[in-house]
Design a protein around this ligand. Structure first.
Ligand code: 13P
Length: 291
């Protein structure tokens, strides 16, 4: 009952000016930690896996754990496949039970991006209640195996954005607006808020049809987050921060307990740290109490 796709919870978020945290996980403990945090805050949730962890653990395992946790949780939860450049793997994850799929053909030409995105949209809509995320323009930095240099990154053109959405039938849309994957090199990254607002207005001015996604959540200042929500951001992706927290918490625990050989305690320390960080994100995004 609490298994949902991304679009349905994001439409509500965009209508009421809050956003949903989409947290990348690489293992089952992290998945449990983000669910615990969202349940504590009574918030809707998007769990994301990049392609690599999905292949390492196996998509069926990811889906089985997700479904077990989501069905027991009193909140709506989506499982999203993040930045997949391979149409076949997108389809396999849709078949396995992911409830949102991101086909990332943003490095292709505009027409090829449309072709691939539409093919995945048509497939996902034919097999179930699965929403699809497409990206236009490119987000700089590194996510999973995909690297985009800063000087290769291109922002989304608003007129093309409308055409892209119409021609692909995509459910949720990630326009490149200057956010980046990884740790920002400056305290005040250059984000094109106006472009985000314009795209939102053009797509959703007469009612929310295609909610917008903000990539590169790690390190975004809180006032930027609030402004991006105001401009239509309904899903914020957070990955690098959680990876750092997992590794730092694990390292600190081991360093402080050098004579202990209890893996469960190491996992618990990492889980607590992630739960805490996710809770903070949920507060910043305003989704607490919205489940
Ligand atoms: P960060 O790694 O910068 O948090 O970005 C995550 C992201 O956008 C995943 O799609």
């Amino acid at each position: 009952m609490s298994v949902v796709n991304a679009k349905e919870i994001m439409v509500e978020a965009a209508k009421h000016k809050y956003a949903i945290g989409a947290f990348n996980v690489t293992n089952i403990h992290q998945m449990e930690a983000v669910v615990e945090a969202a349940v504590e805050k009574n918030s809707p949730l998007i769990i994301q896996t990049s392609v690599k962890p999905s292949k390492v653990l196996g998509r069926q395992v990811m889906v089985a754990v997700y479904r077990t946790l989501a069905e027991a949780a009193p909140i709506p939860i989506c499982l999203h496949l993040d930045h997949c450049t391979d149409m076949d793997y997108c389809k396999k994850c849709a078949d396995a039970g992911y409830t949102n799929i991101m086909i990332d053909a943003s490095k292709q030409t505009y027409d090829e991006n449309i072709r691939q995105t539409k093919e995945v949209v048509d497939y996902c809509h034919s097999v179930g209640d699965i929403s699809v995320e497409g990206e236009l323009g490119t987000v700089s930095g590194v996510e999973d195996q995909i690297k985009v240099a800063e000087d290769e990154a291109a922002l989304a053109n608003p007129v093309q954005a409308v055409e892209f959405v119409e021609r692909t039938g995509v459910d949720i849309f990630a326009p490149a607006i200057g956010t980046a994957h990884g740790v920002y090199k400056t305290k005040n990254p250059k984000i094109d808020f106006e472009r985000m607002g314009k795209i939102h207005q053009m797509l959703n001015g007469n009612g929310i049809k295609v909610p917008l996604v903000v990539h590169g959540g790690t390190g975004l200042p809180e006032d930027y987050i609030k402004k991006l929500i105001e401009m239509g951001g309904a899903k914020f992706n957070v990955s690098t921060e959680l990876k750092h927290i997992l590794i730092d918490a694990t390292y600190t625990y081991i360093a402080d307990h050098r004579d202990e050989y209890d893996p469960g305690k190491i996992d618990a320390a990492a889980r607590d740290a992630i739960r805490h960080a996710v809770g903070h994100w949920i507060d910043m995004l305003g989704s607490a109490g919205k489940a």
